[in-house]
Each structure stands twice: as structure tokens, then as C-alpha cells.
Design a protein. Sequence first.
Length: 251
Amino acid sequence: MPIQAILTTPKGRPEANLPLVVLPHGGPQSQDDVTFDWLAQGVASRGYAVLQPNYRGSTNTDHAFMEAGNGEWGGKMQTDLSDGVAFLAKAGVVDPKRVCIFGASYGGYAALAGAALQKGVYRCAVSVAGPSDLAGRLHDEILKYGEKNELIRYRKRVYGVQSASDPKLKAISPALHANEVEAPVLLIHGKDDTVVPFSESQKMASALKSAGKPYEFVTLNGEDHWLSNGATRKQMLTAAVAFIEKHNPPN
């Protein structure tokens, strides 16, 4: 399946053998466009190429492409990202041994899945407000809203399951595979997030700690899901860039 993507490269550096940050958008039913993106620009300004794939499930083409993401959390939506890494590596644009993944909301899930469900692709992962326990989250939402709620029907459709007890949910929940994580993980979450509960990052942190895996956890006090506060938005980006530079130096 052809995947469209946006590549931002650091100004003044040749487009060859660059360190890379994969930056999947949230949603997942959303898209990245060729417009100013403060997150991509912020990372690229530090010397990294930034890849933003409109993976299957995105809204950049047609309804069929968006629907192709249903049931592919942790599956083809994930390999659409790593296939982009392989494409750029084959073209000589990036160094496949110097790649990190950084995302927010669904992009945060993709970052965690990249660390927990894939092997040998990423040197580090940064998750901002990323869901980590899909089974537990769906269970809690069903208790809160009821089985017939529109949100619950949407969740089941995109996860590709019929119930919260479907074993597939555990198979694609990063917090339940923390023992398989091979790369350092940075968790960042707004304390007042009402879209993806703060507890999702707490679960991931607890799982990583129990598994003896390297991680850091940054709490954004008084912040929501959309990072509406300029000061904490800067705090998030500063922490993320510092973590990426530490584990995947740009030079």
C-alpha cells in the first residue's frame, strides 16, 4: 500500500546518513500536511531528519484508506512507520542505526508500540499522552459509557475487537509487553488530561520499572491533552529533544 509522508531535514546539512526521528501524528484519524509544524521544526532544528508518515488509518486520501487502519493498531499501522525508515535508509538519506520515535496521543501509542512490539528499529521512544493498556482502557470506558455508546463502538472498530476481553487487546498493549522493551522510553503526560487518562502513562512507567527497563517520566502539571499552555508545551519539547539527543546524538 503506498504511504504518503512528509520529510523535514535540518537546514544546511546534506541529505545523507542523517539521524532520524519518526513523528507519527495523533488521531489516528487525522493527517499531516505540508504546513508549518512546530514539533517537526523544533526537532529538525537540532540536526535530525523528521519523518511524518500518513500511515493507513489517516485521513489524507479517501475513506477506504482511513478504514484500512481498522484492526491495525500495533500491526500494519506500525509497520507503515518502520517501512518509511527502511525506505529512507535504502535511499541513503538516513542512518538506520540512529532512529528514534516521538509522538503524542495515538502517536504516543505508536512510540510505545515501536519500543515494545518491534525489535531493532528505534534507539529511543518518546510518548506524550500515549495509551498503553488498550484492554484496561476499553474496560473502563465500557463501565463509564455502556456497550452501545458511540465511543465504545468506535474503539471496537478501530481496535478490531468485539469486547474488552478480546486477547488481541493484550497483544497490542505496550504496558503488557514492557519486558520486551529494548530502547529507553520517555513518558510525558498532562496531569489534567481528560482524553487519555494520566494513568495510562503511570501504568507504562510501573510496567517498565517492574521489568527493570530504562525510562523517564515527566509530569505536566495543570496541562490538558492538547498542551494548551505555552509554558508546558515548551517544557514537553525541551524534555523530548534532550532525551533524543542523549540517546541518539545528532552528530
